[in-house]
Design a protein around this ligand. Structure first.
Ligand code: SAH
Length: 376
């Protein structure tokens, strides 16, 4: 395959030359540099020692963890032989010393250990029981087929990072697939992205509970047609129960008014979920990440503005999309900044949200939001 060199963060990476990214023999998506930036920044503020990039493709993610975070031992894995060959070349390109090859593994031992592995991620994770401080699942589509082994391979208080690119499934375009893959009922319309992210986290919390693991959300977001969640695991049956207690259901009527409630089984018909109704960020972690971002070589020019948006966003479940509300209630669309100011003037909290440029998060009741949109 024909290769070109790209730079991202502190890494130099050879990637296949291709007209369209999905035609390449080994996958590399430059748009995902923002995802990798935030992952590296999170590793810088949480200092994991052992890291696994379970679905590595070119090796970019694992190489960046090794170069740009305090991680001491970083594993890169892919099932594809061409990916394995390329990730070895990329490791050699970024670190001095020579790779020692043993069968389907190559080891680079220096100040940092970087290990390339050829094989099924589920096999590697099963072998490395409670081993990784940070385990990153960044697949094509859904991470669900890797979730059980990942929960066993990450350490009891470690961090599980996951990407899901099957947004059509989690957003309700393929409702049956969402039931099948996530055991949850999705919602369509303007709340679908936030609800999809919450379904993803909720499913992880339900899988984790049987291992007596709870989850804390360090940061979770939606962007560029993918979901991303960084979850800190907590050990113990009580922690598992506490996480399950943060799951519940969402209802929305035809005017766009929503309600949600924490419950194990839905009390009323028409429920969407179950889904995570707890926080989507740890404020302190996000502040630290943002501070790190300002002093670090990043791979994507939008990483800092996006983190700023996440940092200021009010962390309450769900949001009001002004365009959808206007359409559903026969109102004129009003500038979002004006609606936010109006609500703040009335003593409510209100911010923009990363889920949509036309939506707001607020603790104001539905009728007050409509009033603010009327200019009243
Ligand atoms: N994380 C990469 C992109 C990964 S694309 C990045 O940040 O650039 C998904 C990769 O998963 C592909 O390279 C594919 O070969 C690999 N893959 C698919 N199924 C796998 C499995 N069961 N075990 C290991 N790798 C797998």
């Amino acid at each position: 395959m024909e290769l070109v060199e790209v730079r991202e963060g502190l890494a130099r990476i050879l990637v296949p030359k291709a007209e369209r990214i999905y035609d390449a023999p080994v996958f590399y998506n430059p748009v995902m540099a923002l995802n990798r930036d935030i992952s590296v920044l999170l590793a810088r503020v949480t200092s994991p020692k052992r890291v696994l990039d379970a679905l590595s493709a070119t090796g970019i993610r694992g190489i960046r963890y090794a170069l740009e975070s305090p991680a001491e031992e970083v594993w890169l894995n892919d099932i594809n032989e061409r990916a394995f060959e390329l990730m070895k070349r990329n490791i050699a390109l970024n670190f001095s010393g020579s790779l020692e090859e043993r069968g389907k593994r190559a080891f680079l031992r220096g100040e940092k250990e970087v290990i390339a592995n050829l094989g099924d991620a589920n096999l590697l994770m099963a072998e490395k029981f409670r081993y990784f401080d940070l385990l990153d699942l960044d697949p094509f589509g859904s991470p669900m087929e890797f979730l059980d082994t990942a929960l066993r391979s990450v350490r009891r208080r470690g961090i599980l990072a996951l990407t899901a690119t099957d947004t059509g499934v989690l957003c309700g375009a393929y409702r049956r697939a969402c039931r099948k893959n996530y055991l949850a009922e999705p919602i369509r319309g303007e709340l679908c992205h936030e609800a999809g992210l919450r379904i993803l986290i909720g499913t992880v919390a339900r899988y984790a509970a049987k291992y007596d693991l709870g989850v804390d959300v360090l940061l979770a977001y939606y962007r560029d047609h993918y979901f991303r969640a960084f979850l800190r695991l907590k050990s113990g049956a009580r922690k598992a129960e506490e996480s399950l207690a943060r799951l519940g259901y969402l209802w929305q009527d035809e005017r766009g008014k929503f309600e949600y409630s924490l419950e194990f089984l839905p009390a009323k018909p028409g429920a969407h979920g179950p889904m995570w109704l707890g926080p989507l960020k740890d404020v302190e972690v996000v502040e630290k990440i943002l501070k790190e971002a300002r002093n670090h070589t990043l791979g994507h020019r939008k990483t800092i503005p996006f983190l700023e948006l996440l940092a200021e966003e009010l962390d309450v479940p769900f949001h009001y999309d002004t365009h959808a509300l206007a359409r559903k209630n026969g109102l004129e669309v009003r500038k979002i900044g004006e609606v936010i100011e109006k609500l703040r003037g009335l003593g409510y909290r209100a911010t923009r949200t990363h889920f949509s440029p036309t939506a707001i998060k607020t603790d104001a009741p539905f009728e007050e939001v409509l009033n603010a949109m009327r200019g009243g």
